[in-house]
Unconditional design. Structure first.
Ligand code: ADP
Ligand code: MG
Length: 219
């Protein structure tokens, strides 16, 4: 059974008299142990799709299921609960609280997931090469450090599905290949990863590429 299923998703945005169809009937599945790269030009609907898949946004049509549980057409509170149990999320807007240090961000994320674990926290910081930055605030980090700290936070609760929106957009090649290493380690562990990306290096390491154009999946 696929971990994540989207069936015929539609999403429309209205600004004044203008209507944008950001998603026009997108169906998609993600299996355990898979890395999928979501590509497509700017404005093709990648971020909107990721938001609908994680229940951060509600599609106007279609449905989403996570591990066999329907996520769409539920209360905000229910979506939040399902999201916390199912997804690690790294969006373009970032996932770090500026008034908390990196280790406080990680601790907070673990508390939210109901699973505080100082050993895991230490291992996560080491894994992304940020042990020496544990007490820095996110506002003090470089682009590459921010991306790695964001990944550590997204992975804090050991989620079955990792969703990342252009995780390597602001990082150098070395950081990118390090992040790719993390995604591949997740695959080995049977977890699933969905990444929106413009990076060919990243897309080429995925098991599968899904291309969006004008809100539709294209071949
Ligand atoms: P991508 O991530 O591929 O660049 P997006 O999903 O951000 O694409 O956007 C898809 C389309 O939906 C674009 O035309 C964008 O302008 C529009 N859009 C996205 N979010 C909103 C929003 N909150 N309000 C209005 N229009 C939006
Ligand atoms: Mg986007």
């Amino acid at each position: 059974m696929p971990l994540l299923v989207a069936h015929e998703l539609y999403r429309f945005f209205h600004i004044g008299d203008d209507e944008t169809a950001a998603l026009r009937g997108v169906s998609f599945q993600l299996a355990a142990g898979e890395i999928v790269a979501l590509t497509g030009p700017s404005g093709s609907g990648k971020s909107t799709l990721l938001s609908c898949l994680t229940g951060l946004d509600e599609p106007d049509g279609g449905h989403v299921e996570v591990s066999g549980v329907r996520l769409t057409r539920r209360s905000e509170a229910e979506r939040t609960r399902i999201r916390a149990a199912s997804f690690g999320i790294l969006l373009q807007s970032g996932n770090l609280y500026g008034h908390l240090t990196i280790e406080q961000n990680l601790r907070f994320q673990m508390l939210l997931a109901g699973n505080p674990d100082e050993e895991r926290l230490t291992a996560l910081l080491e894994g992304v090469g940020l042990s020496h930055r544990a007490t820095a605030f996110s506002t003090q980090l470089s682009g590459g450090e921010t991306a790695r700290a964001g990944l550590a936070v997204a992975l804090a609760a050991d989620p079955p599905i990792l969703i990342a929106d252009e995780p390597t957009a602001e990082v150098d090649r070395e950081t990118e290949s390090r992040l790719i290493g993390h995604f591949e380690a997740r695959r080995e562990a049977g977890l699933a990863t969905l990444l929106a990306t413009h990076s060919e290096a990243l897309a080429n390491r995925a098991d599968r590429i899904v291309r969006l154009k004008d809100g539709r999946i294209v071949r």
